[in-house]
Write a protein that binds this ligand. Structure first.
Ligand code: ATP
Ligand code: MG
Length: 717
């Protein structure tokens, strides 16, 4: 027996230590946020290598460890190396996808692929499905390929290969299953797999070649899984198959943090663990090491509004700290200013930007904060996607704007000449480019010159002529309509918005939200030229890579992470909880949103600041917004409300100067007299009874009042 426990064990509490030291047999660690689940996994990995390597000749290659992101895998790699004092190589550490791909490459030929098979992205998938559907003469207006892609993806998440699908879905008159089969055959011919295949092919391989499964079952003496609550059926089957011989599987998770059911995750996998692995040990961790008591209490109370939880108690020894700030503000820009000021105040106290994060519900919400931080010169990074103005659909839309404002913008013209599709192909573009070079004119000018000639085919003349005509018309509109209306018209009439509206791509809804946000953004500028100037300044803002940066990301992406200071903006009905989640999945959707709120608050170590605005600009209109029901569900004793919606009655306890004075001036002078609302009215149904006693101060005006404000604000602008 070792004389003294290794250092890394000294940093654990008794339950954590039990979870780390119970190396053999199935083990489930079921525990709330910030209780050290990930730390347990990391320490367990170190401990396995330390103890079992000596006593039982365990090799790193015999360990399989699954993380939710590649980033998390990298971090785990570093931490274990640190604990052991040397790097570890050869083990199976990564995401489900990366691990399954690695396994599959070794046996690809057995499932009809070569080991160098390519992995298709979703564009490729759709293209392939379209070809197949063309060949089958399926009406793709009625049955879009992207929808089929979603159906197939869901089957794959459930571990169903074509021969095992027995549900019939309403698609192509029941033809989806057949199309799925053809698609798989085509993939095989192309020596390609999509993401869903990575796991599915493994399952098929295991089934058809038990001797190979057996080999891996014997190889993987220890299996560890983080974020177990978000595994889907295919992942679950994969794990279970591999764990069946040694049964040394350790999963950690939190049912309250299950936020990926929309991607096929099944929280039921946690509940099934004990029956799948009889005799499994279940360890609960209750001490939270991340968040101060107020933060923890606020999150814990919020999540009690969900039904059907496994339920757990959390406590902490950390100092009381600050209450959770809940700030109501007048509108979106005010919210961004508030966050910006808070960040500056923290920085002036010497706190680094890397300790702060802004966590949003949906991608489009990053725009306002990005702009504010740029204005203030605060470096930031957007994790999980490009910065707002660099997003695909925003670049497209900006190209349209540029073509309206700058008729000879060649790059913009080239970008959108065939977006949405107008049948303009490479050959036509070549002709335009040639002419443009020969005559030293811009590309749009070349097009204008050539549409009257025989150089272009009649169909092209018509398509490009039509587009150029549209641009002329849109430019003329600028003389008597606002630039915002013109942009809306351009996006509509060009067919650009429709292109995304009819798209079945999973990101389409987010892209439409981004486009809406762009229209709102442009309304903040006097005209198209000033707006475009602003955008180029923003884009030019090259960010120094070594600088500490504020993190901006979605709540989904923030799972497992922690920051000292967390900003949670946009807590308004319809934004968060997100309208679509509620429309599509009812109470279940709402509960998942609430778990997302729980994830959000529990990312904070020292301070969580929730905020909501009374008004949002949607397209060119101001709309009143109601605070999220989640705001109501936060316990009064653990939060500090700072309401400054301009409606009077606010506590007055906000720090002086928290408002950009000029915007305060814009407030209609009669705002104080307005009636206040005492309930959600018809707008949103309230669940639970959380905050009925919290008074009307953060309720907002009735619709009639709102109309007046809307007019007024727009006039003032
Ligand atoms: P989440 O549910 O958000 O994924 P988690 O349960 O995985 O959280 P960890 O991220 O492992 O929690 O730990 C939360 C924080 O608490 C980390 O900063 C971690 O280093 C710290 N921590 C965990 N256990 C201890 C401990 N025994 N002593 C001191 N700090 C700890
Ligand atoms: Mg974790």
């Amino acid at each position: 027996a070792p004389v003294s426990a290794p250092d890394y064990l000294a940093n654990l509490n008794a339950e954590q230590r039990e979870a780390v030291e119970t190396l053999d047999g199935p083990l489930l660690v079921l525990a709330g946020a910030g209780t050290g689940k990930t730390r347990v996994l990391t320490t367990r990995l170190a401990h396995l290598l330390q103890v079992k390597a000596q006593t039982e000749h365990l090799h790193p290659q015999q360990i399989l460890a699954v993380t939710f992101t590649n980033r998390a895998a990298k971090e785990m790699q570093e931490r274990v190396a640190h604990a052991l004092g040397h790097p570890v190589e050869g083990w199976w550490l990564g995401t489900f996808h990366s691990l399954a791909a690695r396994l599959l490459r070794r046996h690809a030929e057995l499932i009809g692929l070569q080991s160098n098979f390519s992995i298709l992205d979703s564009d490729d998938q759709v293209r392939l499905l379209k070809q197949i559907m063309d060949a089958e003469q399926i009406d793709q207006k009625k049955w879009p390929a992207k929808q089929l892609m979603g159906i197939i993806q869901r089957w794959k998440d459930k571990g169903l290969s074509p021969d095992r699908v027995n549900e019939s879905v309403e698609f192509a008159n029941g033809g989806a299953k057949y199309l799925y089969k053809v698609y798989q055959q085509r993939l095989s011919v192309l020596n390609a797999a999509d993401f869903g295949d990575l796991l599915l092919h493994c399952l098929t391989l295991f089934q058809k070649h038990p001797e190979i499964l057996r080999r891996y079952q014997e190889t993987f003496r220890y299996i560890l899984v983080d974020e177990y609550q978000d595994t889907n059926v295919a992942q679950y089957l994969w794990l279970r198959a591999l764990a069946m011989v040694h049964r040394n599987i350790c999963c950690v998770g939190d049912d309250d943090q299950a936020i990926y059911s929309w991607r096929g995750a099944e929280v039921g996998n946690i509940l099934r663990f004990e029956s799948d692995f009889p005799g499994a040990k279940v360890v609960k961790l209750e001490q939270n090491y991340r968040s101060t008591p107020h933060i923890l209490a606020a999150a814990s109370k919020l999540i009690t509004f969900n039904d059907g939880r496994l339920g757990k108690e959390l406590w902490t020894e950390l100092d009381t700290g600050e209450k959770v700030f809940v700030k109501g503000v007048w509108d979106g820009p005010a919210e961004a200013r508030l966050v910006g000021e808070d960040i500056e105040a923290l920085q002036s106290k010497g706190i680094g930007a890397a300790k702060m994060a802004i966590l949003v519900r949906a991608g489009f919400q990053t725009r306002e904060f990005e702009e504010r931080l740029i204005t203030l010169g605060i470096p930031y990074r957007v994790i999980g996607g490009p910065r707002f103005y660099e997003r695909h659909e925003i670049r497209d839309a900006l190209a349209y704007v540029r073509m309206v404002a700058q008729p000879d913008d060649s790059l913009a013209f080239e970008r959108i000449i065939n977006v949405p599709k107008r049948g303009v192909g490479k050959a036509t573009l070549q002709i335009l480019h040639q002419y443009s070079r020969d005559q030293s004119v811009s590309l749009p000018m070349a097009a204008r010159d050539l549409i009257g000639t025989e150089e272009l085919k009649p169909k092209m003349r018509q398509a490009i002529g039509g587009l150029l005509g549209d641009f002329t018309r849109w430019r003329e509109m600028l003389t008597n309509r606002s630039h915002v209306e013109v942009l809306e018209t351009v996006l509509d009439e060009s067919g650009y918005t429709d292109m995304w509206r009819t798209s079945k791509e999973i990101e389409a809804a987010g892209r439409l939200e981004n486009l809406k946000e762009l229209v709102s953004a442009i309304g903040e500028y006097e005209n198209l030229t000033t707006f475009l100037e602003h955008v180029s300044l923003v884009m030019e803002n090259e960010q120094n890579t070594d600088q500490e940066k504020v993190t901006i990301m979605t709540l989904h992406g923030a799972k497992g992470l922690e920051f000292d200071y967390v900003f949670l903006p946009g807590w308004e009905e319809g934004v968060f909880p997100h309208q679509r989640a509620m429309d599509e999945s009812g109470v279940k959707g709402l509960e998942e949103e609430r778990r997302l709120a729980y994830v959000g608050i529990t990312r904070a170590r020292k301070r969580a600041t929730v905020s909501y605005a009374a008004n949002r600009r949607i397209y060119n209109q101001w709309q009143s917004a109601l605070p999220s029901r989640f705001v109501d569900e936060l316990p009064d004793e653990h939060i500090e409300r700072i309401s400054d919606t301009g409606l009077g009655g606010h506590g007055g306890n906000h720090s002086p100067g928290a408002w950009g004075s000029d915007d305060w001036m814009k407030m209609p002078s009669w705002a104080d007299e307005t009636p206040r609302r005492d309930s959600y009215g018809s707008g949103g149904s309230k669940t639970g009874s959380g905050g009925s006693s919290t008074g009307g101060e953060r309720r907002f005006a009735s619709a009639g009042w709102q109309d007046r404000v809307r007019k007024n604000v727009i006039d003032v602008k």
